[in-house]
Design a protein. Structure first.
Lengths: 722, 722
């Protein structure tokens, strides 16, 4: 396998936001954007905390960024050498995804001569609270140099500032800043300690929002001066409180333990592709990101749609997790998948509240779920570029399909792991409550004999308030089916749980209602051309091209959907919708129907969401067309490798990493190209590799056992590991 | 009674559009805008034809304007004296509403001296094809004068030109222009002949779109030269073809017959109000307009929302006719009311087509009904002021209440006239088809036991796509009820008709379905404060003031409703909605409930429609509060007396006359203040006059009999006339 590194060899101020995502570190507890140490908040550095949220005034609630312990810059002759202000003579930045180490090296010409700064840093994969950094200075002259390093409490926020109070402390060589959020009084503490092995005059400067060590020394030409820094991040709401005394932590041990932890993770998660270095690299880069954000040591936390790359999309959890990410985790670290589902079990009261708010029964999971299942999504999710007014969108109230995605994930998880026990530990109740929600959405026309669901937003968000969206209806049907099936399973295998739930729900009656609902719900069938209409009236909309619709934009940033968007009255859709449904229920459709729908919808899809390409790619695989699938797979795997994703929705910045796309790439590789299916708790592969691929090799966990899978052409070798 | 004249004594170019409406003539077959004779199309003169429509390219279909036979101007010394270009020294314009005669008098200072032009004209109320005009010139000098008069075929059009061919003819003293429409090849012919009793050199000049007589004479100081003109307008689709030879028509007879016809109309329609000259005048001015547009000699034509004042709103028929106008006609000229209903009977196939287009059964009457029930309303009825793009509105597809208004009008008509015969002549089938449409709108939630109607636009158009609009649901219920009741009546009294319809519809079964529908449809009830929520979720919308909402406008012309209008997410409504429902079903609610709803909704109503004030006024009367009703009544009666109505919806011009408002004023006067009810086919009045009114006197036709009603304070005298 090739070296797994991303690297740039020159500096570009324009790419600061992109590189923040591209070079990201993370350990699930927090993400560390791939920004430079000298950056203050205008350049978007951040230590983005998983699952901690705060609201300022009436702005959107969003995740919280910790005080930044990486903040460091160097001065020569009282002049600060920091990018982007001080122009450099050379610069490189690198991320070693094998061990999760970020490196940079920059040279400046000072009045005294050349100055070189290099750093290495990592978010510890072994100790979730810890960050380590080595910061090195070398000069080609003899002279006075000053390194300023400490903690910057003046953090980058989208809707901040979240810290209404900042306690800046220094005690026994440890400096720290504790921020207290305004809404709930949560504290987030960053401690930091440094080790230097050279003579220097070290003092500490405190200001309102910053604490900096001033390390003054006389640099000798050609000699390298190293500052090693350890930082610990913790909060008042940690699942596992930080009990370390930072002064006792060895930098080198911290580093080697983190590297070892990464080695262990890569052992199970790396995917080798023989004959396609580009795809292999992109896929493993995607897997790197999934590894950086997995809530490995957290209880009942899930993954935000933009991972831990910042506050975009409010740091909230979307259906992305259940539809596109969980597959990877359930086959490489089932405990993480379980944690993701636990998050939904734990937050059911939030979902119940939301259902009630809309006059529905059961559980309606948040479109943008924050702690406790709090719905972070606003009724006004897009800003009109022409009037600058918030637009009343229907992401929040009408994307009913999110609850069904949760149930679909339970099904996938149970199939992959055999962990039926989750049903007795909150899983069945969650599924029943989701089914209850769909039951209260069902409508029967006075002159028709089936159940319909009206006024929804499907995965294709450009068409709001449609009736009988085939994706939504089929997913609701699945939810009813699973509620019935799992109720039966629990009755048989977990009697105590059954009795308890039966008292609450009258399960016989309820199962019957769900059974009827599943049988009578209207799911559109293919028309005479084999194509399934996305929703009532979709075929009557203007049939045009994505380019034609794009050409109607008056402003690049205007929203394509909503009531009056350029796509709204056309058949142009944002992302896979019917195609997503077909991918998920492939056993119910013929290859011919799948292909016809792919051919109909793909040219009409803008792929305006990073969730789209992988779904199309997957369906192509299911129709036996791996070569058509391939470019879409590559697009999906490269979501954060290449600059060029959609960074704006209306006037709202939506940049960041794309874990759903990355998870989707993994799904295509393993379920599409390698053709993985779980039959009787065991992996089976029916590969259909792209033409130029010679083979694949990867490990998988299925029903608690580790398997090593090797594919060469059409030959498959599946070995159970000991 | 005071003199019934409207008059202005000075000229204002700005008021050209307003005066066109304010001084309108008409006879039901056409309307003649109150513009000056010398106006060419940029000043909006028009002879607007009832019920003739045409479409140019893909623009909106609209009514057609005939070639204009009034076109006349005068020249002295080769200089044209015509407003507004040639400044005048005096000007007056007058409309005598007693006899429907329009007058103007204008003086100019010419190089030779003073020139006075005066004219009188009328749309004949006796001969629906005819217009008469006397055009007079007087000078205070002796000199050469030229009168140019003829026919202008270059007519004002909003979405024209409609005539793809213009035949300009002269034959035996008669000149004419025949225009042929592009869409259907309908011809509209204007003939004209003049009579002069002075020596002049008369020649005819033809051009492509105009034919003009040049009348040159030597004017003598102080002498008045009169040109009398007769014009006949006819079309290839006339209900009653024009058979007159224009050369044989006597001008004086034409005029005196028209005056006599007006006298007869006023005899039955005038309303006297003792103690309030202002209200009396405004009300009779309103009645004048209703008289000008009544389809008296037409078969199955109805009245456009802007009367015959032009092409605004496409010359189309709205629910306005059934809800606000028909009451006046059924009590003053029942044959006109019958004609209005006949229009709906005759156009049922158009309504069936529209229902089918939306996947519904039965008859869904057009929101903007043109000939044959053609739906003139576009899916894009408003233009966005910011982007200049058409906005996808839901006037066309979701204002289901129009069919119920038709049924409500049948009920009112039958109650007022006793003409049950209409049921056997298409009426019952119309009502059944409307009920069938509502039946196919009914939805039952899986967990609820009543019928709901979702996704509608109620009378308050600012809130689109709402559920369970109380007005719509109650009206649908009324429709079901009447279908059942009238089916029973027809079974008993019109056996042949019953048998025929029974074959087609299986009436026993259908009546049962309608009965169940009526019983089970959900009509919101008053809440704990006695207020009825306009639709599901209305009370959750922002509760603010009309002024606050207005202050949010970025552009005066922007649309308040739709998905993102300033009113859309607030409780601010366009017009009476719950209040309209209460006015129509007053017997079902207590005075207390009516008052509480009035008090809740009135401050939240923009009254952005001229239909609104009269509904609020009527409900005030029903709650016994005539003094609160009074200003709203006056506002309604003065809709075309005062400048200041809403002239724009988005970028679309919506000016013109307001017959629904005028009809509404009549309803308030007669059903509100005079308290008319029809009990057992006889009129009963329970008056509650505004405090300063001493009495009222008016005639009414009820069940074929003419009654004279005199109210003095609380005393009522009702005399049947012989």
């Amino acid at each position: 396998m090739n070296e797994l590194k991303v690297r740039v060899n020159e500096y570009s101020k324009d790419k600061i936001p992109f590189h923040g995502n591209h070079f990201l570190n993370g350990n699930g507890y927090f993400g560390v954007r791939g920004t430079l140490e000298e950056y203050s908040k205008e350049y978007m550095p951040c230590i983005n905390m998983a699952g901690i949220y705060d609201q300022v005034e009436d702005k959107w609630r969003e995740s919280v960024n910790a005080p930044n312990p990486l903040y460091t810059y160097v001065s020569v002759d009282n002049k600060k050498y920091a990018l982007p202000e001080a122009e450099c003579v050379s610069h490189s930045q690198e991320l070693d995804i094998d061990c999760g180490i970020h490196k940079r090296e920059t040279e400046w010409d000072t009045v005294c001569g050349r100055l070189k700064v290099s750093s290495k840093r990592f978010a510890s994969m072994a100790n979730q609270h810890a960050i380590g950094m080595e910061y090195q200075v070398t000069t080609d002259f003899n002279g006075a140099v000053e390194i300023s390093t400490g903690i910057d409490g003046d953090v980058w926020d989208i809707n901040g500032p979240h810290f209404v109070k900042l306690d800046v402390c220094e005690s026994d060589h440890v400096i720290s800043i504790t921020g207290t959020t305004g809404e709930k009084g949560i504290t987030v503490t960053t401690q930091e300690i440094i080790r230097i092995d050279f003579d220097a005059d070290v003092s500490v400067e405190k200001s309102e929002k910053r604490i900096l060590r001033k390390i003054k020394f006389h640099a000798q030409k050609g000699f390298t001066y190293t500052v090693k820094k350890i930082a610990l991040i913790s909060s008042s709401v940690d699942d596992h409180p930080c009990r370390d005394d930072i002064r006792t932590i060895s930098y080198d041990e911290l580093k080697s333990e983190s590297i070892k932890a990464w080695e262990k993770i890569w052992d199970i998660s790396k995917v080798e592709i023989d004959g396609d270095d580009e795809a292999e690299f992109a896929l493993n880069y995607s897997i790197y990101h999934l590894n950086c954000i997995a809530p490995r040591k957290l209880k009942g936390k899930s993954i935000p749609a933009r991972g831990l790359s910042g506050q975009v999309y409010k740091g909230a959890v979307f259906w992305d997790t259940e539809m596109f990410m969980i597959d990877y985790y359930m086959h490489t670290d089932p405990a993480v998948a379980r944690t993701l589902l636990q998050y939904r079990i734990d937050t059911i009261d939030g979902a119940r509240r939301k259902a009630k708010e809309y006059g529905l029964n059961g559980a309606y999971y948040a479109w943008e779920s924050q702690e406790g299942g709090f719905e972070g999504c606003s009724d006004y999710n897009v800003v009109d570029v022409f009037t600058k007014r918030p637009m009343r969108t229907h992401f929040r109230d009408k994307q009913y399909h999110v609850s069904a995605a949760v149930v679909y994930a339970f099904m996938k998880y149970i199939n992959a792991t055999g962990d039926y026990g989750i049903l007795a530990e909150g899983g069945l109740e969650t599924i029943i409550e989701c089914a209850g929600m769909y039951r209260s959405l069902l409508l029967k026309k006075a002159d028709r004999d089936c159940f319909e669901i009206h006024d929804v937003v499907g995965p294709d968000e450009y068409h709001e308030r449609v009736n009988n969206n085939v994706y939504t209806n089929r997913m609701a049907k699945h939810c009813f089916e699973k509620a019935v099936e799992y109720t039966g399973y629990v009755k048989e295998h977990f009697a105590e749980c059954y009795t308890e739930l039966d008292k609450k729900y009258d399960l016989v009656k309820l199962s019957k209602l769900f059974q009827i609902s599943a049988e009578q719900i209207y799911v559109k069938e293919p028309d005479e051309n084999g194509v399934i209409e996305q929703f009532d009236g979709y075929f009557k909309l203007e049939d045009t091209s994505v380019d034609a619709v794009r050409s109607r934009l008056l402003d690049d940033r205007e929203y394509w959907g909503g009531a009056y968007g350029v796509a709204s009255q056309t058949q142009i859709i944002k992302q896979a919708d019917v195609v997503a449904m077909l991918s998920m229920f492939k056993e119910e459709y013929t290859t011919d129907i799948m292909r016809k729908n792919w051919l109909y919808y793909e040219p009409r899809t803008e792929h305006g969401s990073s969730l789209s390409a992988c779904m199309y790619s997957l369906l192509s695989c299911y129709t036996g067309d791996a070569d058509t699938a391939y470019p879409l797979f590559l697009k999906s795997a490269k979501a954060d490798l290449l600059l060029g994703g959609k960074e704006w929705a209306g006037l709202v910045y939506i940049g960041g990493t794309h874990p759903a796309s990355e998870g989707g790439a993994w799904i295509v590789a393993v379920k599409g190209f390698a053709g993985l299916e779980i039959i009787d708790g065991k992996p089976i592969c029916k590969p259909q590799l792209p033409n130029h691929w010679k083979g694949m090799k990867f490990k998988l966990i299925v029903h608690g056992k580790v398997y090593c899978i090797q594919i060469k052409g059409n030959d498959v070798k599946i070995e159970e590991q000991n």
